[in-house]
Design a protein around this ligand. Sequence first.
Ligand code: 9YT
Length: 129
Amino acid sequence: MLVRKLSEIVGTERETSAANWTSRRLLLRGDRMGFSLHDTIIYAGTATEIHYQNHLEAVYCIQGKGTVTIVATGEEFVIEAGTVYALDEHDRHVLRAESEMRMICIFNPPLVGTETHDENGVYPILEEA
Ligand code: 9YT
């Protein structure tokens, strides 16, 4: 069994940050679970366009409040503690954080660990170093 604590990850190579968020990657592809599991903080007042063309992502909000807007349709959903959204159609979307949001994110296929959004909000498929 694998046991790992958030406190052991913060500030290590398992934490990846971008302008609008920081992602603490608790489980990665190397852990051989078939998915990756992240504890992610989205900074208050930010808007991030994201398009996971190569991955499915489920996001469970455990703290804070914001919205997700589907770019293709303009549909907007309020996301707050206790809400999960699943990007089952690789939906391009904009995530807006009214307050700081804490999200538990699951990716399939799992991230290797160093991925960050490209200019289109996409994570590439990476091979492990
Ligand atoms: C909710 C979301 O997609 N935020 C961007 C970061 C990503 N979830 C990650 O790598 O943890």
